[in-house]
Design a protein around this ligand. Structure first.
Ligand code: SF4
Ligand code: SF4
Length: 395
């Protein structure tokens, strides 16, 4: 084991009642030279206020273009344990369900080939393993794949689809998020492992508009469960909430974004035609309110975090799609979106940015989706006029 580092600045992050990543790194450092040198380099970064990671380099496993992110220290002589410190993405199970046996298996393999440091989970959704060497990548992958694990997406590829826990544990799920996520992962295997896109493309599936996976802010294609029928109201339960201290006017009526709820002091009523299915009232009064009727999903396009240009929120493309196995309609729609983007985007241009540049009209025409009122993102700003030259020359 190399020398033990003094870490007075990192030690500050162990103070207080909350868990500390520094404490976990120290545990790993006691067993792993890589984790130990990572601790030393991180303390130096905090002291000098400089980062010491060199970006990139192409590393990976045979037959795959993605799944491993190359990382090298710019101070390999001082911290030889992190001279190579590649990050490996493991494709997580739908909804992040693991058995303890599976987690032990992952960690045992990782202790053998890497630093022992993990990140559960990265913001894309993958199980992230932090720090291994180039020569360890092939044997590491061979062991994981022999036990049924696969790498996730990275680079200009389909990124590992992710979803909320959905019907496994949540009564609000309108769609089987877990199955949709799994099927999309299977259908887009080639695109996941062999980067061939202008930039990244993310799919996230949420069972309802509470959107626990932040799909509306973080996915190029957001799939959000919704319903067509009315919201069923149990008036006894409404009164129970009132008796137990809920201010129904302030907390429910005044918070409805479309002002479609009213309350006369005893009974609640909802103008369902004007409900946007935002889930606010249902999530606050779970015992009293329940969606009914046909269930499906709204498909949205184009959100992203700020990287090349600013952040974007997703935009409704298909207000309602019934989602049942084998999900061919959804797959076909996503393939059309990707094809138009792939044909037209500049390198490192996300699909939302391309739609902003070219216009929603061109995008909708390319994917064969008709314009609909629900697609209007900003009222009075998005005129969905599909006039063509021949319309203007008609009598
Ligand atoms: Fe439940 Fe909706 Fe959250 Fe999914 S997004 S876990 S369905 S509340
Ligand atoms: Fe209003 Fe949202 Fe409830 Fe619909 S779901 S009634 S829009 S608060």
């Amino acid at each position: 084991m190399s020398k033990k580092y003094d870490t007075p600045l990192l030690d500050e992050l162990e103070k207080g009642p909350w868990p500390s990543f520094v404490t976990e790194m120290k545990k790993a450092a006691a067993r792993s030279e890589m984790a130990n040198d990572e601790l030393g380099q991180l303390e130096k970064s905090y002291r000098t206020k400089r980062g010491y990671w060199k970006h990139g380099g192409i590393v990976g496993v045979l037959g795959y273009g993605g799944g491993v992110i190359g990382r090298y220290s710019s101070l390999p002589d001082e911290f030889p344990g992190v001279a190579h410190f590649h990050t490996v993405r493991i494709n997580q199970p739908s909804g992040w369900f693991y058995t303890t046996k599976a987690l032990r298996e992952i960690c045992d393999i990782w202790d053998k080939y890497g630093s022992g440091l993990t990140n559960l989970h990265g913001s894309t959704g993958d199980l992230v393993l932090l720090g291994t060497t180039t020569e360890n990548l092939e044997p590491l992958f061979a062991e994981y794949s022999s036990r049924g694990w696969d790498l996730g997406g990275s680079g200009s590829a389909m990124r590992t689809p992710s979803c909320c826990i959905g019907p496994a544990r949540c009564e609000w799920a309108n769609i089987d998020t877990l199955e949709i996520c799994y099927q999309m992962t299977q259908k887009f295997q080639d695109e996941l492992h062999r980067p061939a896109f202008p930039y990244k493309f993310k799919i996230k599936v949420a069972g309802c508009a509470v959107d626990c996976v932040a799909s509306i802010a973080r996915a190029d294609c957001s799939i959000i469960g919704t319903w067509k029928g009315k919201i069923e109201i149990d008036q006894d339960a409404v009164q129970w909430y009132a008796k137990n201290g809920m201010d129904i006017k302030a907390e429910i009526v005044d918070m409805c974004p479309t002002a479609c709820i009213s309350y006369d002091g005893t009974n609640l009523s909802i103008d369902d035609d004007n409900c946007s299915r935002c889930m606010h009232c249902i999530s606050k009064m779970t015992k009293a309110l329940k969606p009914t009727g046909e269930k499906g999903a709204t498909i949205l396009i184009g959100s992203k975090a700020p990287i090349v240009v600013g952040s974007l929120m997703s935009w409704v493309i298909v207000p309602f799609m019934k989602l049942e196995p084998p999900y061919d309609e959804l797959e076909e729609l996503i393939r059309k979106m990707i094809e138009w983007w792939d044909d037209n985007a500049k390198p490192r241009e996300r699909i939302g940015e391309l739609i902003e540049a070219r216009g929603m009209r061109e995008f909708l025409e390319a994917i064969g989706v008709p314009p609909q009122p629900q697609q209007v993102f900003e009222p009075r700003k998005d005129p969905f006029f599909f006039w063509k030259d021949e319309d203007l020359t008609k009598e």
